[in-house]
Write a protein that binds this ligand. Structure first.
Ligand code: GLN
Length: 196
């Protein structure tokens, strides 16, 4: 089987760290900056950064429709700002336009400002028989305020979901690429392999 090609949206934000982590898992990576780049990918990671800036650039290069179509066929993993962009709705100020891929409503920056960034160990359950501890980093992170019944919660913090799955898509409020563990990326790749 040819190597998987995992795209990383590289318009702004923490895309380089995702690239490093995916390389430790033996897949090919593609930095996505155009619709043509996207068309080469088996799956896509949308990194953290500044969701308003990333969305403006998505619109500027007319990547919004290709991204929505891609989501209908292939897995996407959004982290922090990426999760915000994948949400159906951003509640409370400052609201922004999103891609509407995950049936969740999020509140931006609701875990506090940059200075209130924190690390914590999460218990992640990807199936009833597979649970692991994950060292997570939250930076101006969004809170998931609502999710529908078709969204599976894989990890919570303070009784609120912080890692969710809907079909082949994954969304994290935190930054799994900034830790020493690649287990969440590995889980995402297992979803991609099932799909391919
Ligand atoms: N607060 C940022 C936003 O709303 C996300 C922060 C992050 O990705 N670390 O876009």
């Amino acid at each position: 089987m040819p190597k998987l090609k995992i795209g990383i949206l590289a318009l702004q934000g923490a895309f380089a760290k995702h690239e490093e982590m995916l390389k430790t898992l033996g897949v090919d990576t593609i930095l996505v900056r155009t619709p043509a780049d996207l068309s080469l990918c088996d799956a896509l990671v949308i990194p953290g950064g500044e969701s308003t800036t990333i969305f403006r650039q998505i619109n500027f290069i007319q990547l919004d429709e290709p991204l929505k179509q891609f989501a209908g066929q292939k897995p996407i993993f959004g982290t922090c700002a990426g999760l915000i962009l994948m949400s159906k709705e951003v509640i409370a100020y400052p609201s922004i336009q999103t891609l509407g891929i995950l049936d969740i409503a999020v509140e931006r920056n609701a875990f506090g400002r940059q200075a209130e960034s924190f690390r914590t160990e999460l218990t992640v359950s990807v199936s009833p028989r597979e649970t692991f501890l994950f060292p997570s980093v939250f930076i101006r992170a969004p809170r998931i305020r609502q999710c529908t019944h078709n969204v599976k919660v894989l990890a919570s913090y303070d009784n609120e979901p912080v890692l969710v799955q809907q079909g082949n898509h994954l969304g994290a409020s935190f930054h799994p690429e900034l830790t020493s563990s690649n287990l969440i990326h590995k889980y995402f790749l297992s979803l991609v392999k099932k799909r391919v």
